[in-house]
Design a protein around this ligand. Structure first.
Ligand code: NAD
Length: 498
């Protein structure tokens, strides 16, 4: 079995089944965010020309790959699921060193990716169309799904295994060929994903990877006429650019972007469960999840009890290097995210009531990584930047409300619409919330984070444009529907009114 991707620390491109060193001389070092002395990888910033090489390889592989029966394409994904499961510890350790999330969460992400591969393997036998009655006698009408050709996938650093998997798996099971442009912060772990797919039997040219800057390597994917669709996950600024330049070139685009997810707690809720969910939702993975709980919207009547409990629970969390099994929360991914976190913390100190954290961490291990404390603000105004902006760090804002009606309005008062959660035992309020909350995913008495492989994933409003990812619907984005009319009358079509 070839293990070329992980050899050494230099990340290479994957073109037509080969690991190819970039010709570019521009490199950046990726250091472990929990230990800046450790260089995890050296990332070469490939040129636009190299990105075009990957597109050419994908284009050349398309005619053969689309002709492989879909169930056989699915069986390759089933093998990839087995290989990924076998290599889960290696993947998780590299993810912790490269991205920073604690080992337990990294392992959870790998296992989830295995589940996605398993589910998408089965999609090979379920690429169905519809048969419908024709208006005409002795005519047969039906639809089939067909691949589009070369698709570009542009991915962020925060789920460096799951997100490439949940884009590439439906794309290739549907018969497309792919170019992956991963984040340069997590290029090494993305290379392992591509290596596993290749080892599982994905033919040369079907999945290619170019490592480079968003502007140059990502831009080449956006501009190239052979790339029929772009599936992007990342920030709103970049997503808006991708969506508009895709529109100019009439490319199909799917952009999944930021979140500002509320966890609503009503007075009749089980407060212990709500505290547990908010703690995990806000601080696991250092708050760097698109589905992280960044707002608790709570009825005044139970706010003090909830806050007392969450603050005392959060105090027990240990911040540090995620390879240490005693650590509960790892570092911010990079210096830019660290500074964003501290900027909002400073703002919160002026505009809200600080209950926990708020000070720069320093001394010992904290001087060697991008560490931020678990921070909780109470009495945050619903329309303030703290309650409106995606911070993407371990900063929880608590907004107090009078009643359920105000809670729903506050929950919906942001431009994002990814995930939400409600804690209550009142069935009528549960169903009212499900009806009115403006998010693509909602949870009742469970945390805002998490999602299962066979359910659609994505957001409303400024969070998501294009079709949903994951689940059965994921292949909709990666296929064209063809309507087929077959006339078996053996005669000339009469123009008749029916
Ligand atoms: P980012 O937007 O900075 O980068 C995402 C990807 O886009 C990277 O590969 C980057 O190189 C590329 N890119 C940057 N500029 C580009 C350009 N001009 N043209 C083409 N590609 C370009 O995002 P990030 O910091 O890596 O990730 C964090 C963001 O991702 C957060 O906002 C988070 O909410 C979001 N996210 C959303 C979901 C979701 O499903 N809604 C899931 C995970 C993360």
């Amino acid at each position: 079995m070839a293990t070329t991707a992980a050899q050494g620390r230099i990340c290479r491109n994957f073109i037509n089944g080969e690991w190819v060193a970039s010709r570019s001389t521009r490199t950046v070092e990726r250091r472990n965010p929990a230990n800046l002395e450790e260089v995890v990888s050296v990332v070469t910033l490939s040129t636009a020309e190299e990105a075009r090489d990957t597109i050419a390889a994908a284009r050349a592989a398309f005619p053969h790959w689309r002709a492989v029966p879909a169930p056989a394409r699915g069986r390759i994904l089933a093998r990839a699921a087995l290989l990924m499961e076998q290599r889960k510890d290696e993947l998780a350790r590299l993810m912790t060193r490269e991205e920073g999330k604690i080992l337990r969460d990294a392992l959870g992400e790998v296992i989830k990716s295995v589940r996605i591969l398993e589910f998408m393997a089965g999609e090979g036998t379920r690429l169905s169309g519809e048969t419908l009655p024709s208006d005409l006698p002795n005519n047969f009408v039906y639809t089939i799904r067909q691949p589009m050709g070369v698709v570009g996938t542009i991915t962020p650093w925060n789920f460096p295994v799951s997100i490439p998997v949940w884009k590439i798996a439906p794309a290739i099971v549907a018969g497309n060929t792919v170019v992956l442009k991963p984040s340069t912060y997590t290029a090494q772990i993305s290379a392992l994903v591509v290596e596993i797919l290749s080892d599982a039997g994905v033919p040369a040219g079907v999945v290619n990877m170019v490592i480079g800057s968003g502007k140059e390597a990502g831009g080449a994917l956006l501009e190239h006429p052979d790339v029929r669709a772009i599936s992007f996950t990342g920030s709103n600024a970049v997503g808006a650019h991708i969506y508009s330049s895709g529109a100019e070139r009439l490319k199909k685009c799917q952009c999944e972007m930021g979140g500002k997810n509320p966890l609503v707690v009503l007075r009749d809720a089980n407060i212990d469960l709500a505290v547990e969910a908010a703690l995990y939702g806000a601080f696991a993975s250092t708050g760097q999840r698109c589905t992280a709980t960044s707002r608790v919207v709570i009825e005044e009547a139970v706010a003090d009890r909830f806050l007392e409990s969450i603050v005392s629970r959060a105090k027990a969390w240990k911040v540090g290097n995620g390879l240490d099994p005693d650590v509960d929360m790892g570092p911010a991914v990079n210096e830019q995210q660290l500074e964003t976190d501290y900027r909002y913390i400073e703002l919160g100190r002026k505009q809200a009531r600080l209950l926990l954290g708020g000070e720069r961490l320093s001394g010992g291990v904290y001087d060697h990584g991008h560490f931020v404390p678990l921070t909780i603000f109470d009495q945050v105004a619903a329309d303030s930047p703290l309650a409106q902006d995606e911070i993407f760090g371990p900063v929880l804002s608590v907004v107090r409300v009078r009643d359920f009606e105000e809670a729903v309005n506050v929950a919906n008062s942001v431009r994002y619409g990814l995930s939400s959660s409600l804690y209550t035992n009142d069935a009528a309020k549960m169903f009212t919330f499900i009806e009115r909350i403006e998010t693509g995913i909602t949870h009742i008495n469970s945390p805002t984070v998490g999602g299962e492989a066979h359910l659609p994933f994505g957001g409303t409003k400024a969070t998501g444009v294009g079709l949903r990812e994951m689940g059965h619907v994921a292949v909709d984005f990666f296929t064209e529907v063809k309507s087929v009319y077959i006339d078996f009358t053996g005669g000339k079509r009469e123009s008749r009114a029916y």
